[in-house]
Design a protein around this ligand. Structure first.
Ligand code: BES
Ligand code: MN
Ligand code: ZN
Length: 511
């Protein structure tokens, strides 16, 4: 999608199929058309004020009206509802509005839209921010994973023109640079979605390593891939145990390094992702229903790839080390078993009680390894770790656990800004005690289910030492299916979301 900003009025933009305006929701009794939309009312022969009087045009979030001018020629008018949120919540409404426009364009074969920014940049949202949110919503909303479909499909919106008009003309340079920056992030998200949507018969651990290497070549990042033999030498028994059941798709640990930019001592942020390319549960096998969703159990690792891509494109200040813990969890004669005792990187040991609690087992190596070798200032991990987190929080916020107040605060702020929601859950000494094992340092599962997201987090806590750490349980937010599509905004089409890419990139930009 080409996105441009122009200083002219939207109706003067040449060769667009539609002009889009935003409408806020007002009290049902105030049926007056906002002054800003008088021009549109005239162009449609009074249709806007008529629809408003009839109560059909309300400005409700997600509402969309498509109208043609009195003469039936020229671009059509799209009126998109912004809801009544104010302040920061409006940013989310703008992303949604962008997505609603892009999805409408796709369904109705509209190739280009000019948006009248002054009707969107309201209630304290700066024009440059409003433009970026609209554009990002449109780009992410228009995405469709169609690589494996041979039937015909509608083309995507090709061109989005942000028209400032007389009122906002002087903001053109700021709007342009803001669109440029958000475009880099959107590109990284779409790139990551394309990787994350690949099924397990394509996206093996070796495939993710190959994608990392390709990313390293194009972005100038240092990439290291540790194969089975190297993992053996390093003592990464967690990855080897979980990956041991797969005959064709052996485990890999993949490390990407972005060097940071700027003077002085740069902070180092480690980002670690769970990369289970398929989670059948292993010997503790899962039921058949919905098992296909477990091709998305690599979501954390793919998000790490997306984060490194965005960090490199935006040239953020901190040094970023990305670690992907990749393995396929399947049952076979060489699988790890319930009861196994496993030695992980650095020497800590795990009692395996359930082979389906495999995410924490592969992450133990990645977390301990990056902590010991890179001495990061903070470690953030992303993992589709527990069904318990989905039970607790549903599909629109991810669970946040953190040992560090500043880190937690910064992540919650980034969540607010990007709309990738986080909700903090507790980490207590009690939970650390609960995961202690009689025969090893920690056990990977408890016999009793309550608080499963908390004990999983406590398990990971064992492997990060004293380093400030945050764990994001993204099990509920990582992918969209017909079961949860009502929970997610329209800029999250079915499939892999790339949850965390925008959030962590925002966090890195703030350092
Ligand atoms: N990958 C799953 C968690 C998951 C569940 C992700 C639903 C996305 C949607 C994880 O490996 C798992 O199986 N966790 C178990 C842990 C249990 C065996 C202690 C779970 O949540 O049931
Ligand atoms: Mn599992
Ligand atoms: Zn899993």
């Amino acid at each position: 999608m080409r996105i441009e900003a122009v200083s002219s009025e939207a109706w003067d933009v040449q060769d667009v199929d539609a002009v889009a305006v935003g409408l806020s929701e007002t009290a049902p009794e105030s049926k007056a058309l906002p002054r800003q939309l008088q021009d549109e009312d005239q162009r449609t022969g009074g249709a806007l004020s008529a629809l408003l009087k009839r109560g059909e045009l309300t400005g409700k979030r997600g509402e969309l009206h498509s109208l043609v001018g009195g003469a039936g020629t020229g671009p059509r008018l799209l009126v998109v509802g912004l809801g009544k949120a104010s302040g920061r919540a409006l940013r989310e409404d703008l992303r949604r509005a962008g997505a609603v426009l892009a999805r409408h364009a796709k369904a109705h074969r509209l190739g280009s839209i000019a948006v009248r920014l002054s009707t969107f940049s309201l209630r304290g949202v700066e024009p440059s921010v409003a433009a970026a949110d609209l554009a990002q919503g449109a780009e992410l909303g228009a995405y469709e994973f169609s690589e494996f479909r041979t039937s015909e499909r509608n083309p995507s919106l090709e061109r989005l023109v942000v028209a400032l008009g007389r009122d906002l003309r002087r903001t053109l340079p700021r709007v342009r640079s803001s669109l440029d920056r958000v475009g880099q992030v959107s590109e990284a998200v779409l790139w990551a979605r394309q990787v994350g949507n690949q099924p397990a018969n394509v996206a093996s651990p070796a495939y993710l390593a190959e994608k990392a290497q390709e990313l390293g070549r194009t972005m100038g990042l240092k990439v290291t891939v540790f194969d089975e033999a190297q993992l053996q030498k390093m003592g990464c028994g967690g990855l080897l145990a979980v990956g041991g059941g797969s005959s064709g798709h052996p485990p890999r640990m993949v490390v990407l390094e972005y060097p940071g930019r700027g003077a002085g001592k740069l902070p180092t942020i480690a980002v670690v992702g769970k990369g289970i390319t398929f989670d059948s549960g292993g010997i503790s096998i899962k039921p058949a229903l919905h098992m296909s969703h477990m091709k998305f159990d690599k979501s954390g690792a793919v998000a790490v790839l997306g984060i490194l891509r965005a960090a490199a494109r935006l040239k953020v200040r901190p040094k970023v080390v990305g670690v992907l813990c990749c393995a396929e969890n399947v049952p076979s004669g060489t699988s790890y078993r319930p009861g196994d005792l496993v030695r992980t990187f650095g020497g800590k040991t795990i009692e395996v009680l359930n082979t389906d609690a495999e995410g924490r087992v592969v992450l133990s190596d990645g977390l301990a390894w990056v902590n010991a070798t890179h001495h990061p200032d903070a470690i953030i991990d992303l993992a589709t770790l527990t069904g318990a987190c989905v039970t607790a929080l549903g599909h629109d916020v991810a669970g946040l656990f953190s040992t560090d107040e500043r880190l937690a605060r910064a992540l919650l702020d980034a969540a607010e800004g990007t709309g990738e929601g986080l909700w903090r859950l507790p980490l207590k000494p009690l939970h650390d005690e609960l995961v202690r094992s009689e025969v090893a340092d920690v056990k990977n599962s408890l016999e009793a289910p309550p608080g499963g997201a908390l004990t999983a987090a406590a398990f990971l806590h064992t492997f990060v030492g004293e380093t400030p750490w945050a764990h994001l349980d993204i099990a509920g937010t990582a992918y969209v299916t017909s079961l949860n599509s009502k929970w997610v905004p329209p800029y999250h089409p079915p499939g892999y979301v790339a949850f965390g890419v925008r959030l962590i990139t925002e966090y890195l930009q703030g350092l």
